[in-house]
Design a protein around this ligand. Structure first.
Ligand SMILES: *Cc1c(COP(=O)(O)O)cnc(C)c1O
Length: 380
């Protein structure tokens, strides 16, 4: 039986060619080199944002955001508990306190109607996470942020080229964080980018990126000495990583259109099971505006999910779940706070099942997965 992996990193084709070019014909392979510039230009032009800085991960972009928003010990940052650890960790590193609000059952994104009740005099920022590349309710979130003078940092790790009312995810808030980790749609092994939509933050972002120095300004000839001016760290990837990434970005539209087709086929094949109330499918918005990052279904119970994963495993199909809600994790209970009930987060994180999804997946493989799921439910 042919096995179907959960993910398979896709190599676009020109990665090694560009890496060779970076190594052989360009004089520099450290950060901020020619390929870094090409990638940043691509992101700025494609997404329509004033500034993009490549980072070595989305985690690093989130950490830069916490520095840029001046998060101080005790400052509160509102976010969902249903997310990856980095969303919270970046702020905890500054002494910040993640404050969790529950998620919406339709998109599994933070429930924007719960943000206001979570506000206190210590609230500094809101971090919407666009789960599966499906947009959070950004209009409401931006309104609340404006009314209360809060920063908005989009965790768009999964959201490259997904849209929200004709704007790309990551370009709506003050800052947006992207990931190019090998599990994402567009990859460079490890990698990420900080999207800076508020022009007032650009200059400081460049200094934090370059170890707290004014190196960028020095290279532009704006200052005559290069020196330590702020806190910062080394957040730039080497130009070798950027060379790899550039080959992927050139193919980004194609990669995403293929993943969208796979997602559509999954949804069509699974529709009958959804109509019988056996499983729940992602909302239609996931199909229309989304980048096909994740195909998930929601089953009826934790036990059913475990049984289904085992059944798929027997057929050599790898399906996985996530996340352990952060509020119930070891660190979450120590350094975070919940605002209101976590009922949806708890119930849904037990019932979400992610299905195989990768660029080279064939329609036949999608059918193989959906047939196996249908067969599982026929045996009930
Ligand atoms: C993948 C992911 C991250 C972390 O990305 P890295 O590039 O691995 O640091 C953060 N948040 C979310 C929602 C993610 O899916």
């Amino acid at each position: 039986m042919q096995s179907i992996p959960f993910n398979k990193p896709f190599i676009a084709g020109k990665e090694l060619y560009y890496i060779a070019q970076a190594v052989l014909s360009h004089s520099r392979i450290s950060g901020d080199g020619p390929f870094t510039k090409k990638c940043q230009d691509w992101l700025e032009q494609t997404l329509g944002t004033p500034k993009a800085l490549l980072t070595h991960s989305c985690t690093a972009a989130l950490e830069m955001s916490a520095l840029l928003c001046d998060i101080q010990p005790g400052d509160e940052v509102i976010m969902p508990s249903f997310t990856f650890v980095s969303t919270a960790n970046a702020f905890v590193l500054r002494g910040g306190v993640p404050v969790f609000v529950d998620i919406r059952p339709d998109t599994l994104n933070m429930d924007e109607t719960l943000i206001t009740q979570a506000l206190t005099s210590r609230t500094k920022a809101i971090v919407p996470v666009h789960y599966a590349g499906s947009a959070c309710e950004m209009d409401t979130i931006m309104d609340i942020a404006r009314n209360h003078n809060l920063r908005v940092i989009e965790d768009a790790a999964q959201g490259l080229l997904s849209t929200h009312q004709n704007k790309y995810l990551g370009t709506v808030g003050d800052l947006g964080c992207l990931s190019f980790h090998e599990t994402k749609n567009i990859i460079s092994g490890e990698g990420g980018a900080l999207i800076i939509n508020d022009p007032e933050l650009i200059e400081r972002a460049e200094m934090i990126w370059e170890k707290g120095t004014n190196r960028k300004k020095f290279f532009r000839g704006e200052v005559d000495k290069y020196t330590w001016v702020d806190i910062g760290s080394s957040y730039l990837p080497s130009d070798i990583t950027a060379a790899f990434l550039y080959a992927q970005l050139e193919m980004a539209e194609k990669i995403i259109s293929v993943r969208r087709k796979l997602l559509k086929m999954y949804m069509q094949n699974l529709q009958p099971l959804a109509e019988h109330g056996l499983i729940r499918l992602p909302s239609q918005s996931l199909q229309s505006c989304c980048n096909g990052h994740i195909m998930y279904i929601i089953v009826r119970s934790l036990k059913e999910r475990t049984d289904l994963i085992n059944r798929l495993n027997q057929k050599c199909i790898k399906a996985v779940f996530h996340y352990v809600p952060l509020h119930s994790s070891f660190m979450g209970t120590k350094v975070c706070r919940i605002a209101g009930s976590m009922d949806n987060t708890e119930a849904l994180s037990d019932r979400v099942l992610r299905l195989p999804m990768f660029y080279e997946m064939t329609f036949k493989q999608v059918s193989c997965v959906t047939d196996a799921i249908a067969e599982f439910y026929r045996c009930f």
